[in-house]
Design a protein around this ligand. Structure first.
Ligand SMILES: Nc1ncnc2c1ncn2[C@@H]1O[C@H](COP(=O)(O)OP(=O)(O)OP(=O)(O)O)[C@@H](O)[C@H]1O
Ligand SMILES: [Mg+2]
Length: 360
């Protein structure tokens, strides 16, 4: 018996509920065939049009797979899947099609709207394998997202803790140090000017340590974010940026009715804002920045546009020498972790737009 064999067995886990599959086809006979064949293995929902499918998708939670016929009156299968991707990019989208529609489907697959296509008429066994694989992919994607979300949360908590400790500890020690130095200075009379000069230097250094610790704490996580929220923090950061860059004009507009942010969304938006401004500072040579925060139920959309030098979209994500190149990648990871979408558009000589759409 190996060590592994002798491990106590895991307590019985409750069996997971069968995966939910939404099947969309305008022909009733296809719907009922699909249900009859697969209803013992999966939870099958059916819709006879794209519109009905959208409604079911909005009402139901945890649909793992959507299988749609391409040829339907009104909304085609690809159009439906494209729209569904905006609601939930994680759901696996499968299209059922004949040979004649191949061009549309290839395009949709290449643009990421469709995970796989199935040729008509479908056969039970290959379709079962496809569905099973799609369910596994869906589960892994979801687990992956939850793990990276957890990692980001832990890292954020840690940064918050270090920032707070820096603030509190230095905030106590430095005034005490300054007080002691003053006391020593005052207790001695008639000091040579060289010694007085050294005392001044020590005082300046104490002040400098205070500034540095505040800068580090702010870079880790500005305490204004937890005290006054995202909008105030953005305004404060913009003011700070403007004093350092008076040559850059900055506009900040809010559209829609402001809603409170859940902490995770607030942190994500702040990190995107922070990294985008870092990038503009380091790379853009812009003269104008426009920030728009749009509240449009059930989303918040943050757009930051600069009119700087821009960049070639794929190049920055490969090896770089002038920076770790984690900024844009990190932004994307954060957004995906909370089920949002991030769009980065850039044109050489014209500037860059960063747009984050997050659920609110
Ligand atoms: N607003 C921008 N204007 C011009 N170029 C940009 C802009 N934002 C990003 N870039 C380009 O994209 C590259 C990648 O950006 P990213 O934030 O991922 O990495 P970085 O800023 O180089 O390093 P890091 O963020 O890890 O410190 C940058 O090096 C720069 O060439
Ligand atoms: Mg960067």
């Amino acid at each position: 018996m190996t060590d592994i064999d002798s491990f106590p067995s895991e307590p019985d886990q409750p069996k997971p509920a069968p995966a939910k599959i939404l099947y969309v086809d305008d022909e009733p006979v296809n719907l009922s065939n699909f249900s009859i064949v697969f209803e013992d293995e999966f939870t099958i929902l059916t819709a006879s049009s794209g519109e009905e499918a959208l409604k079911i998708f909005r009402d139901q939670k945890d649909i793992s797979i959507v299988v749609a016929d391409q040829r339907m009156p009104g909304m085609s299968g690809v159009e439906l899947l494209e729209r569904l991707r905006n609601y939930d990019p994680e759901t696996i989208r499968i299209i059922i099609t004949g040979y004649t529609d191949a061009a549309d489907i290839v395009d949709a697959i290449n643009r990421g709207y469709v995970y796989q296509y199935i040729l008509k008429p479908w056969r039970e066994d290959p379709l079962r394998i496809t569905l099973q694989r799609a369910i596994d992919t869906h589960r892994l994607q979801k687990e992956n997202r939850l793990l990276s979300r957890r990692l980001l949360q832990v890292a954020e908590e840690e940064q918050k803790r270090i920032a707070r400790n820096l603030h509190d500890d230095f905030g106590q020690v430095l005034p005490a140090l300054r007080y002691s130095v003053e006391k020593i200075f005052n207790s001695m009379d008639k000091l040579p000017s060289a010694v007085t000069l050294e005392f001044d230097k020590v005082n300046n250094l104490i002040e400098r340590i205070g500034d540095i610790s505040r800068e580090i704490a702010t870079a880790l996580r500005p305490d204004i974010l937890d005290r006054m929220g995202l909008m105030a923090t953005m305004e404060w950061s913009i003011k700070d940026f403007s004093t350092r860059h008076p040559e850059i004009s900055i506009e900040f507009e809010v559209i829609g009715i402001e809603k409170p942010f859940p902490p995770e969304i607030e942190t994500t938006l702040f990190r995107i804002f922070q990294e985008t401004f870092n990038n503009i500072d380091k790379h853009a040579q812009a003269t104008k920045i426009e920030i728009v925060m749009t509240f449009i139920h059930p989303q918040v959309i943050l757009t930051i546009r600069d009119n700087g030098v821009g960049f070639e979209p794929l190049k920055p994500l490969t090896n770089r020498s002038d920076g770790s190149g984690f900024g844009l990648r990190g932004m994307r990871e954060r957004v995906i972790a909370i089920n949002g979408t991030l769009t980065i558009r850039s044109k050489l000589g014209l500037g860059t737009i960063i747009r984050a759409e997050l659920p609110l």
